[in-house]
Design a protein around this ligand. Structure first.
Ligand SMILES: *Cc1c(COP(=O)(O)O)cnc(C)c1O
Length: 380
């Protein structure tokens, strides 16, 4: 049996929408991007501003730019994340201060953030790892006490909840979602910056398109030649082609999540008893998005993760690793002279983790095959 790691769930509605967009002839940012922003705002409850962008990385960059982060500032970032979370800090000439994560959740904790705060700290960027929301009430309270900003990297977290509050609804300065090809919903490439701060939204809208004082869609409405440039902005706008896909993906977001949830439950039941750490499950107040289903091989098994990955591939199962931590990457290690013993949890997780296939249309037979293969390889 062949088991892909992930397959996007693209329906006829998305295909039809793209075809219509091409026939209409308005390809870049326009009515569909506006509609997607409106739909996203409604989806999150209506009391936020949504700024569509061409990637979550762009959205994260716009957030640190709007907050005025600059040379010498320190931004607290998990070591256990994708490099984008930290690289955008470097875009501003600021320094990411990498911290270790919690052993159970693999998220950063309020205590960990508190310990890392110095006079130079300007912000913290929690990541909701795998789709399990970080302790936002705790992190926000530590950040408020210290007077620092909070930017949520919610690339895995659509949808996810903490204590009944949806990610995107916390009082952070900005929350950024990703619609990359293998994220929980996709536009091919894309992202959404969400904020309750109208000033931050305004700055992000200006900077996502060259620093125009009005966006391309306004220009399209007439008087397009009459614009001003108020800053050296970026080229981060979302196309109508991408937004058209996103409008239909968003409608299915909960259905996708329910399918992944069902798969996660089947994995948890089937894998119980193996010498592995299973991911922390959510509950009714703490919905897990199940973007990633990661297991960690216990060191005492003596089975090497890399060998297990090869054995899985030999049996037709594509797996992945989330993450090789940032301290293990050449640039970050050398730039900040990082040592693995500064990040004991992230380091071990980076060596023991395997992400199993999970995607909405994954059939039960595939899940059961992954489970029985893991029993075959780890069961004795
Ligand atoms: C995917 C991802 C990003 C970047 O998203 P893009 O839309 O590809 O820019 C950032 N942070 C995390 C944790 C991610 O997984």
């Amino acid at each position: 049996m062949k088991v892909p790691f992930f397959e996007p769930d693209i329906g006829e509605a998305e295909i039809e929408e793209v075809v219509q967009c091409l026939r209409r002839g308005w390809l870049t940012t326009g009515p569909k991007a506006s509609q997607f922003e409106n739909d996203f705002r409604e989806y999150l409850g209506g009391n936020v501003e949504c700024v569509s962008v061409n990637s979550a990385t762009a959205g994260l960059h716009l957030a640190v730019e709007a907050l005025g982060i600059s040379d010498g500032d320190e931004i607290i970032v998990p070591d256990y994340t994708f490099t984008a979370t930290a690289e955008i800090v470097r875009y501003m000439g600021a320094e990411p201060i990498l911290i270790d994560v919690d052993k159970r959740t693999l998220n950063i904790t309020p205590e960990g953030v508190k310990k890392a705060i110095t006079k130079k700290t300007k912000a913290v960027i929690p990541v909701h790892f795998a789709g399990l929301a970080a302790d936002m009430p705790g992190i926000l309270s530590v950040a408020r006490d210290a007077g620092i900003a909070v930017i949520e990297d919610a690339a895995h977290a659509l949808p996810a909840f903490k204590d009944g509050t949806m990610v995107g609804q916390f009082d952070s300065d900005a929350t950024i979602f990703s619609f990359y090809a293998n994220k929980t919903i996709t536009t091919g490439e894309g992202g959404m910056l969400v904020t309750k701060n109208p000033e931050l939204a305004k700055r992000a809208r200006t900077m996502r398109l060259h620093g125009f004082d009005r966006d391309a869609f306004d220009r399209f409405k007439g008087g397009g030649w009459k614009y001003d440039i108020v800053a050296p902005g970026f080229k981060y706008n979302m196309t109508d082609i991408a937004a058209g896909i996103g409008i239909h993906q968003l409608k299915k977001s909960q259905q996708f999540r329910d399918s992944r949830h069902r798969i996660a439950k089947r994995y948890i039941k089937g894998l119980e008893g193996l010498p592995i750490e299973l991911p922390v499950d959510g509950d009714s107040q703490n919905d897990h998005s199940w973007h990633i289903f990661g297991i960690r091989i216990r060191p005492e098994t003596g089975v090497k993760r890399d060998d297990l990955l090869v054995a899985m591939v030999d049996r037709g199962i594509s797996c992945s690793v989330h993450y090789r931590p940032l301290h293990a990457m050449t640039y970050w290690r050398e730039r900040y002279s990082l040592k693995e013993d500064q990040f004991p949890v992230a380091h071990l997780a980076g060596e023991q983790s395997i992400s199993l296939p999970i995607y909405p249309k994954m059939p039960d037979e595939q899940v059961d095959y992954v489970v029985s293969t893991l029993w075959e390889l780890l069961g004795q």
